[in-house]
Design a protein around this ligand. Structure first.
Ligand code: GLN
Length: 307
């Protein structure tokens, strides 16, 4: 990253630049428990592969990780069964919202990619082959990678399980096609609990470091993903990580990234750093408005776009 100024100075500039973007989006309200979050929060953390850390604002406030967890669940599944994952789920952008149903029927219950909800449900189904609680597996994986003890927010989990009508329809459709092998309700429960993991920007940026460091976690001091898999995870983030706004996100920010409806976005600068940003107000694609603006400014100021 080239900017001539320190990361702390870049973050201070980003904070000033994003201020006008507050109030342009709305926190997720289809999961009732998320609607109650104070919308004007903002945190950002950067971890470099060399061990530097910088953070600003609410970077230590835990938020609902939601779909960002799908990346780590996918990493676990790929480590477990390798390329067999790709017999269950595709690797193409969907061009549709994350909980879109009819594309799945047209495509015989095979999800376009592992980051839309259907694909994440398929990954949960794979993890259920080997563990009774994939949600706890993902929580503990993220905890190990960030050197912290993470929690599942039970109120958020309950709220999502109670209102997961569209996700239930997706799971049942896949069960009908035979692309889910476990009981649909068991998959929904584990998926919703996984999404309800809470994490702060600082913890998330640390946890994602293997994606920037060729698969190695400097925090856990071990290789988490083979180098080739790390590149592939970044390719999937770049092409599928922000759903049906992935093209405009790449145009603006130019980094592999994963959004979540809790308002978090994780971005990777391969070979250099991870960036986690959080602010609850979302655009209509489920991406944090202020978070995306912050990443856009950061990428411009540091010239770190991969494109
Ligand atoms: N738990 C959310 C859902 O299933 C995750 C969506 C997201 O973060 N994009 O709807």
């Amino acid at each position: 990253m080239k900017s001539g100024i320190s990361i702390d100075e870049v973050l201070a500039e980003v904070v000033a630049m994003v201020r006008p973007h507050f109030g342009k989006g709305r926190p997720a309200d289809y999961i009732p428990q998320l609607a109650g979050v104070d919308p004007r929060q903002f945190g950002m953390a950067v971890c470099t592969v060399k061990g530097e850390e910088a953070y600003v604002g609410d970077a230590d406030v835990p938020f609902s990780a939601q779909s960002i967890t799908k990346l780590f669940a996918l990493g676990l599944a790929l480590n477990q069964i390798g390329d067999e994952v790709w017999t269950r789920v595709g690797k193409e952008p969907s061009g549709t919202p994350f909980n879109f149903l009819s594309q799945l029927e047209h495509e015989q219950g095979v999800p376009r990619n592992p980051f839309i909800n259907a694909g994440a449900l398929a990954i949960t189904d794979i993890l259920l082959d080997t563990v009774p609680s994939p949600d706890a597996l993902v929580r503990d994986f993220l905890g190990m990678l960030s050197d912290s003890r993470l929690e599942i927010d039970e109120a958020v989990a309950r709220s999502e399980v109670e209102t997961a009508h569209k996700n239930r329809a997706i799971a049942n459709l896949m069960r009908g096609f035979g692309t889910l092998t476990h009981d649909a309700e068991a998959v929904i429960l584990a998926y919703c609990r996984q999404c309800a993991i809470t994490i702060s920007c600082r913890q998330l940026a640390r946890a994602a470091l293997p994606l920037a460091a060729d698969g190695f976690s400097p925090i856990a001091e071990e290789t988490i993903f083979p180098s080739r898999l790390t590149r592939r995870l970044n390719a999937l983030l770049l092409t599928c990580g922000t759903y049906d706004s992935v093209g405009s996100f790449a145009y603006r920010v130019g980094l592999p990234a994963k959004s979540g409806v809790g308002g978090g976005i994780l971005a990777v600068v391969p070979g250099q750093a991870t960036i986690a940003v959080w602010s609850p107000e979302l655009d209509r694609f489920g991406t944090s408005v202020v978070g995306a603006a912050a990443l856009e400014h950061f990428s411009q100021l540091t010239n770190c776009s991969v494109l």
